[in-house]
Design a protein around this ligand. Sequence first.
Ligand code: GDD
Ligand code: MN
Length: 380
Amino acid sequence: MQLSVVVPTFNEAPNIAELVRRVTAATAGSDVEIIFVDDSTDTTPDTIREVADAASVPVKLIHRTDRSGGLGGAVMTGIAAATYDACLVMDGDLQHPPEDIPKLFSRYAQGDVDLVVASRYIDGGEHHGLADQTRVMVSKSSTALTKAMFPIRLKGVSDPMTGFFLVDRRALDVEELKPRGFKILLEILARKSMRVAEVPFSFADRFAGDSKASFTQGLHFLLQLTALRFGKMSLFAIIGGLGALANIFIVWALTHLGINYIASAIIAAEITILANFVLQERFVFQDMRNEASGVWSRFAKSFTFNNVELIIRIPVMALMVTGGHISAVLATAITLVVAFFVRFLFHSLVVYAPRRAAKTSRVREVLRDIDEQAMAPGEL
Ligand code: GDD
Ligand code: MN
């Protein structure tokens, strides 16, 4: 077998020597390299260098200082640097038993698949290494939710959340992948249809140290799921929806404090506009910020647009009700939906437009841009 083993590490010093020992033993007689992609803030890189000197297989260290893309970004960096096309990804804490590597490889070597997933959830698999009942529940329900959202792409994959898999690098669109956070396999599976096989494995206990999973990671996962499934526009809609709820709540709170309702409405609207701007910068258009104009210019455009929209929407509604004989509820709904689309287009085509706008942009190009923006998977 010819295999590059990619191991993302974040403060895993006490696990390194044991991992290298067991991977080396499990793959004896093969061409194997181990690549650590390390974002640690402790002495893990020193440990890796020491272990590398003593190891009988090539052990490489890529130490990153920007931690970009977190765990998923580290995995992609490792795959890009690998010597062989067959890349096996595993955690650095020995929850993924190195003794299972030959099993994954021999399934891959049959030649009919691009990806072999090590699953906790098929016959012969085990998930006892999940810390407690809560983790088991979270893991199972998020797996079920994910499978329900990608019934076709994830058909035949029982464990799309596993961090233990072997992928043929030639089958990946490395450019297309936007790895962020823990769920790199889901990203790979959801973006492109692949020939996949599964083998069972037993998710073990950590050898040493603590898990880096967190509540924030969970939140990231939900956003990633939405983005992968529905594209940028859905994230924009979710943030807008949250803003609307916040708006109502603030008006309620302020009027209860005895503030005049018009003043309350204005304050609530401005707070919501500000909050929406911050959230959309962070979660919806983050990949377009670098190319776009500066943050203050983006803010000015977004802020102006939202205020103009606010001022225009009310009289338009009034016109619809009095002139068009449409009910007030229907008029509100129509204006809100139209405003949503206009707002999305304005933000993706104007606020976050690349600095040097192409002079030649024709109608067709604009339409293509609109389509691209609306359908582009959001990136998280
Ligand atoms: N380079 C790098 N950068 N590595 C990281 C980072 C990071 O920001 N965050 C975590 N890691 C490394 C850890 O050092 C470890 O080697 C591996 O990624 C997995 O992290 P753990 O903290 O052990 O995560 P876990 O055990 O809770 O989660 C594992 O199981 C999940 C399924 O239950 C991971 O394999 C997940 O991907 C998997 O979904
Ligand atoms: Mn772990």
